[in-house]
Design a binder for this molecule. Sequence first.
Ligand SMILES: [Zn+2]
Length: 268
Amino acid sequence: MTSLLTKAGLLAAAGLLLGACAQSPTGRSQMLLFSPQQMNQLGADSFNQMKQQEKLSKDARVNGYVSCVAQAVTAQVPSSYGISDWEVVVFDSKQVNAFALPGGKIGVYSGLLDVARNQDQLATVIGHELTHVLAQHSNERLSRSQITGLGLAAADIALGTSEYRAATMAALGLGVEVGIALPYGREQESEADRLGLALMARAGFNPAEAIPLWQNMGAAAGGKAPPELLSTHPSNANRIAELRAELATATPLYQQARAAGLTPQCKP
Ligand SMILES: [Zn+2]
């Protein structure tokens, strides 16, 4: 991990000099200082750490349900992304949360199932999380944190400090776990909503269920235990209106998928 981060830091510094501009799937310009291989390695390291620190669910029914939804959605990820192996883990926790990491890793907290109440709502969350990874949002955030904190980061990398590791995990979207809530940006959120909806619809999940999902999330936010997911995925008043508008694109994809025989029946 330490040597990887040292290399990553040096490359980030080189990237600063060379410039490393890319385009997101919606055409937004992005600064990406890390290679896909580096991101995959950071994702795999962070996922291992999560598996050590969180309690894994042993409930076969819950694991089967989450895997059923996740497999249907990941099957729609274009092969050009080069991810052949997906690892899906359910954490036994009251947290209302989920995440995806570079390298084909997906984590779902069992508490999410109180808010994502059917397969289509769960597919909404998984599609959203996957899009953050596919659109390289974590690379973008890590690159930005390298720029803003380069002096500090270089020293931290050299020492392999836990602060640096925490900052890396925060950039990967694991804010709650490391105590640093690093929210995705507004544009990243709307990109993840839009493309995530198309992804789940292509898998044969009903995109209209994204509306009640985010309504449930909003209702839970007013309760005693606000969803952890919202600390890294800030919502706003426009989200539901934008999702409704996006249904015009996603609904035909859903109908085509159903007509082609993609009719997932994952039972909670
Ligand atoms: Zn998000």
